[in-house]
Design a protein. Structure first.
Length: 318
């Protein structure tokens, strides 16, 4: 069983609007409503991969009830802490003719200390016997930047395998708590290490810097695939995995699916290379679907052969 944690859950509405133009009136040709937030996206992808998963986090008001209803409709097991303030709604407009994607995200609820304490108690209970606990996404208002770090340290002490996918200070402080795996996207990783990535050496230097902050393994996702620094016993291995070319419908949430694919493959006991190949194939397949966290496993299976995985040498001087 895997537990995914989403503090800033949302109702995600995706509208397909051909020839979208600002300041004009449009009629959507298609609409899709899903429960959203990075942890929920990961839970959805894990379920599609056949991995037992339970989604938890914070949900408030009528929007929070809608989030839980949507998860239940998808048969995604969930156990959220109900909070007083209203959960957020996110709206995305996809223009298939222009290849554009416009997203509007609400700030989200304000969360009090008692509500956070209830969540920590629930995590202590749900983590018993869990293979992984995955913390993913932004923190809502009222939550200290150190929340992920505090929760990860506590679960590490209890022997849980923790994974973190966030950004900014919550990512930095969470990484310092030494999770088993840290998985930011390229932009988030650049912000964490304070440099831009242009080539393999830049990515490798970034991976090393994130590991030095405390991460025991690092997986950085990008539009082209991913870069990874993975530990096998006492040895570090560095990889680049490049995705096959496809005509994407929407790349939103593809990094969440990639992370879910990697975790699912590791649960099956696959090697580093096999897990990365399966992960990138799943992430690529998700770009062919509307709605974050959705992908067709058969399509991912077809794309696996086109994923290029190479082990890279350590950066000189490191």
């Amino acid at each position: 069983m895997i537990v995914t944690v989403t503090l800033n859950a949302a109702v995600d509405r995706t509208l397909t609007v051909p020839n979208f133009q600002r300041g004009q009136r449009h009629r959507a040709s298609e609409g899709l409503t899903l429960a959203g937030g990075k942890g929920i996206n990961i839970a959805r992808a894990l379920k599609q991969s056949g991995v037992p998963v339970i989604a938890t986090g914070l949900a408030g008001g009528k929007t929070g009830m809608r989030i839980i209803e949507e998860l239940t409709a998808e048969a995604i097991l969930n156990d959220f802490v109900r909070i007083e303030d209203e959960s957020r709604t996110s709206t995305a407009i996809v223009d298939p003719t222009g290849g554009s994607y416009t997203e509007v995200n609400e700030w989200g609820p304000h969360v009090g200390p008692e509500e956070l304490e209830m969540l920590l108690e629930k995590l202590t209970y749900l983590s018993r016997g869990a293979d992984y606990v995955i913390f993913a996404g932004s923190l809502p208002r009222g939550v200290d930047d150190g929340f992920y770090g505090e929760a990860i340290r506590e679960l590490n002490r209890r022997g849980a395998h923790t994974v973190l996918d966030s950004e900014g200070e919550p990512l930095r402080k969470g990484t310092q708590a030494e999770p088993l795996l840290v998985s930011p996207n390229e932009r988030e990783a650049e912000g964490l290490v304070g440099q831009e990535f242009h080539d393999d050496d830049d990515f490798l230097t970034g991976l090393e810097a994130i590991a030095e902050l405390g991460a025991r393994n690092v997986l950085v996702t990008s539009e082209s695939g991913c870069w990874a620094l993975l530990r096998t016993e006492r040895e570090w291995h560095r990889y680049r995995a490049l995705a096959p070319r496809v005509d994407p419908v929407s790349a939103v949430g593809s990094g969440d699916v990639l992370l879910a694919g990697f975790i699912a493959a590791r649960l099956e006991g696959r090697s580093d290379e096999e897990a990365l190949r399966a992960a990138v194939a799943a992430g690529t397949a998700s770009t062919l679907e509307l709605g974050a966290g959705r992908f067709e496993p058969r399509e991912a299976g077809r794309l696996v052969a086109g994923v290029e995985v190479a082990e890279l040498e350590q950066v000189a001087g490191q």
